[in-house]
Design a protein around this ligand. Structure first.
Ligand code: AMP
Length: 423
């Protein structure tokens, strides 16, 4: 093993990967231009406090996953685990609250989380995000979801699920948290150690837990939608109506809270409804954060946004391309041979197949018959043509039907005609 490798959970990006990132960025720019978003780049390092306060002290991100450091000058900085708090800071710092509302900003850049690396989960990854600041209207939430939905659609994702929920606001969250705390307290012995801790700090975080025993308890937990005040309920209803109008297929997930503390009202996640999609996890997620600008020292400003994980998207595109490549390889017949004389006859027959316009594959460079039949299987050939030593001497060919192994021996000069009748 090489002594120096990338740190755990971090990866080199090569030309092919970078081309994918550039393609995603190009599409995002087109989308941004249409919806009136301007690009922003914030520093990769920010004061730790904006994440501790903003992202939230009770979240896994802040509690366990931040790369923090003390500079020589004594500043406490953190490699950003997400970009929203930096954008919010920049909004106030640049005086953007004086611009016409909503202020729409988009970005693409690296984030860092010290998570346990697994499929779709890295320690350095890129987020592409869209944030709209200054308007409480649910149309903004709708457009945020629409942008990610459209982006993923134009990247070739066909089976998307948009999960949405409303997690209330300062008016109604308290009653829900209380009900949740009471419920989880009554089941505390069935919760994992982490959740027992979470329960003391923020019961919403228990809803985030992926531990099996906590998932069982979660199933009967009080649902936030039953606790919404009228304003939140109306906001959610409007969002759903707008999504319906746009024919965006959504599903309400009352237990969706997301791993960040600042959300109010709308939360959403977009997942690809395939096996690989579920392994990778959500492709994009976000929501409304009406309190964050003020929390970070700015003017009280309602806002909504979301971010997409670029690597997860690329992983799924790669898996799809691989599958398409596999399907592209499909040939109708696959030509196999054993022995020198058979090779010569097969070479000639392969040329005749080309002239007859029959999509054919060959293993002329291979010696073992089973390897050649394996290749025929991999290429999903309907028939394989076998010329063994015996057939080569008698100028014959075995036609083997791949799906059932049925075989027929025909004269070599009749093979093309026979195949044309079959295909
Ligand atoms: P979040 O900031 O947690 O709301 O995540 C937004 C999106 O970023 C997710 O939907 C993922 O696509 C992506 N993401 C989050 N964490 C990671 C990670 N550790 N590795 C790769 N992608 C991630």
């Amino acid at each position: 093993m090489l002594k120096y490798q990338t740190p755990t959970g971090m990866h080199d990006l090569f030309q092919k990967d970078l081309e994918q990132v550039a393609k995603i960025e190009q599409l995002a720019k087109k989308m941004a231009d249409f919806y009136g978003f301007e690009k922003i780049e914030t520093p990769i390092l920010e004061f730790s406090e904006i994440f501790e306060k903003g992202t939230g002290g009770s979240t896994d991100i802040v509690e366990k996953e931040m790369y923090s450091l003390k500079t020589k000058g004594g500043d406490l900085l953190t490699l950003r685990p997400e970009i929203t708090p930096g954008v919010v800071r920049a909004y106030s710092q640049a005086g953007m609250q004086n611009l016409p509302k909503p202020v729409r900003l988009w970005y693409l850049g690296p984030c860092f989380r010290h998570e346990r690396p697994q499929a779709g989960r890295y320690r350095q990854f890129n987020q592409l995000g869209f944030e709209s600041l200054g308007t409480p209207h649910p149309i903004i939430d709708t457009i945020t979801i629409l942008i990610f939905y459209n982006l993923l659609k134009s990247l070739g994702f066909k089976k998307l699920i948009v999960e949405v929920s409303c997690i209330g606001d300062g008016q109604c969250r308290g009653a829900f948290k209380k009900a949740l705390t009471n419920y989880f307290r009554s089941k505390v012995s069935s919760l994992c150690a982490d959740c027992r801790n979470r329960l003391k700090r923020n019961p919403l975080r228990v809803l985030d837990c992926k531990e099996e025993k906590c998932c069982v308890v979660k199933k009967n937990a009080p649902q936030v939608l039953d606790y919404l005040c009228k304003d939140c309920s109306d906001h959610f209803k409007s969002l759903l109506e707008f999504l319906e109008e746009l024919e965006i297929p959504y599903s309400i997930n009352p237990y969706l809270v997301r791993g960040l503390d600042y959300y109010t009202r709308t939360v959403f996640e977009i997942i690809e409804d395939t096996e690989e999609g579920k392994v990778q996890g959500s492709l994009a997620g976000g929501g409304r954060y009406d309190g964050l600008v003020k929390l970070l020292g700015g003017k009280d400003t309602p806002a909504c946004g979301g971010a997409m994980g670029v690597e997860r998207v690329i992983n799924l595109i790669k898996a799809k391309n691989k599958q398409a490549e596999k399907e592209k390889q499909t040939c109708e017949v696959y030509l196999t041979q054993v022995g020198e004389l058979a090779k010569k006859k097969a070479l000639k027959l392969f040329e005749q197949l080309r002239q007859a316009n029959i999509k054919a594959g060959e293993g002329l460079h291979k010696e073992s018959l089973s390897a050649q039949l394996g290749a025929a299987d991999a290429m999903k050939a309907k028939y394989s043509l076998i010329i063994g030593q015996k057939e080569a001497l008698s100028n014959q060919v075995i036609i083997r039907e791949m799906k059932n192994g049925r075989q027929k021996v025909v004269d070599i000069d009749k093979v093309i005609k026979e195949l044309k009748n079959k295909i």
